[in-house]
Design a protein. Structure first.
Length: 152
């Protein structure tokens, strides 16, 4: 028979819950980071595309002012390839963002909520069991103390 403080266990459980919530928040922030990376890549693609359009039409820009015609032609090929690669990468970002959104919305959040509800019920049950056990211990000690006082 040993007395257990259920508040110590509850404190540890609450710390674990807090860490779980931080993990869920980080998962949501991960999706937001993907969106910002995709937005940044779209901006870079737009600027490259604008530069490519200016070079193909023969307009002089700050980047092409001191370049020869052959260097500009090489740059056009390079920029065209970079724009194509960025387009593919942006499409991959969109697919990944859609997947993460669907996964969070349909699976992860629901499983997280169910798990937390089950853990909460278990914790309350364990808390009550500990308190009842402690009450029995206290009652037993009280009766033993009364018996000792009667013997004196």
């Amino acid at each position: 028979m040993s007395w257990n403080n259920p508040f110590n266990e509850a404190y540890i459980w609450i710390k674990g819950e807090y860490l779980d919530l931080l993990g869920a928040r980080d998962a949501m922030n991960g999706r937001e980071q993907l969106i910002s990376q995709m937005t940044s890549l779209e901006g870079t693609k737009r600027s490259k595309q604008t530069e490519l359009e200016k070079m193909t039409t023969g307009k002089t820009t700050l980047k092409s002012f001191f370049k020869s015609k052959t260097t500009i032609e090489k740059d056009i090929v390079i920029y065209h390839q970079e724009v194509e690669n960025m387009t593919k990468e942006i499409e991959d970002y969109r697919k990944l963002i859609n997947f993460v959104t669907i996964y969070h919305g349909n699976m992860a959040i629901e499983l997280f909520k169910q798990n937390k509800q089950q853990q909460y019920c278990r914790m309350l049950n364990n808390f009550a069991v500990r308190e009842i056990s402690n009450a029995h211990i206290a009652a037993t000690l009280y009766h033993q103390l009364l018996e000792l006082q009667e013997k004196k």
